[in-house]
Design a protein around this ligand. Structure first.
Ligand SMILES: C[S@@+](CC[C@H](N)C(=O)[O-])C[C@H]1O[C@@H](n2cnc3c(N)ncnc32)[C@H](O)[C@@H]1O
Length: 223
């Protein structure tokens, strides 16, 4: 299942598709990425896990809709945005995470060689003895993610590498992307062979995303 639909995520049709996806998947992940100034209008959907992108101005609206997140990440981008000579440049956004996730070892590959930890790392409790740390094959996700904003196709979108890590952390069966735009999240789902449905209100953008998926599919696995 892989599709991007030209529908309004606030519509009844959108809710109905969500019901079906929720019923038919063990782990449905919703990725909320509305225009930040429209968070107050964003609909909510049934899911097992959710990831929500928001800014310092919209985080309170996101919390009103979705509640207090289980954990929060900060997306740091050096190529920040000037707002005023009297305020700092904006170089971060928030990523709120809700519900079930899997192992957070989704970073770069690393050596799994066991490391003996000296008594110093145990602190005052001498009864614990020597301990050995067994690293996982991939580095653990940091709570601050450093990625430049993705302007590669001439429009702002979330960096695919960052989305890839977040989706692998959750390990969903399906992703619902109610603010799909040009399909960056969809492209990552194609790479990871995860079922995907996107909603996008702008017909022209849907057309561009569809061509992007078509090009992507010819060079990778077809869902
Ligand atoms: C911030 S962008 C999403 C960026 C995307 N996640 C990415 O990484 O490329 C928000 C998108 O939501 C779309 N949108 C806004 N309101 C919508 C609605 N009610 N239903 C569906 N799409 C909507 C906009 O047209 C825009 O393309």
């Amino acid at each position: 299942m892989f599709d991007i639909l030209n529908i309004d995520s606030r519509s009844e049709e959108a809710q109905k598709i969500n019901e079906d996806l929720y019923k038919n998947n063990k782990k449905l992940l919703i990725i909320y990425d509305p225009p930040y100034n429209e968070w107050n209008e964003a609909p909510t959907f049934k899911s097992h896990s959710a990831i929500a992108f928001c800014s310092h101005q919209s985080r309170h609206e996101a919390e009103k809709k979705l509640g207090k997140p289980r954990t929060e990440l900060v997306w740091f981008f050096k190529d920040g945005r000037w707002v005023s000579n009297y305020l700092p440049r904006i170089t971060h956004n928030y990523i709120y995470v809700y519900g079930e996730t899997d192992l957070a070892s989704v970073g770069e590959k690393q050596s799994t060689k066991p490391q003996k930890k000296g008594k110093g790392s145990i602190g005052q409790d001498k009864s614990l003895g020597d301990r050995i740390y067994y690293p996982k094959p991939y580095k653990q996700l940091n709570s601050v993610l450093c990625y430049s904003r993705n302007m590669k196709s001439g429009y702002w979108s979330k960096p695919e590498k960052m989305i890839n890590q977040l989706i692998r952390w959750v390990q969903p069966d399906a992703v619902l992307d109610p603010f799909a735009s040009y399909g960056s999240i969809g492209s990552v789902c194609l790479d990871l062979k995860i079922n995907y449905i996107g909603f996008e209100i702008d017909k022209n953008i849907v057309g561009i995303a569809q061509s992007r998926f078509k090009a992507h599919r010819t060079k990778s696995y077809v869902l």
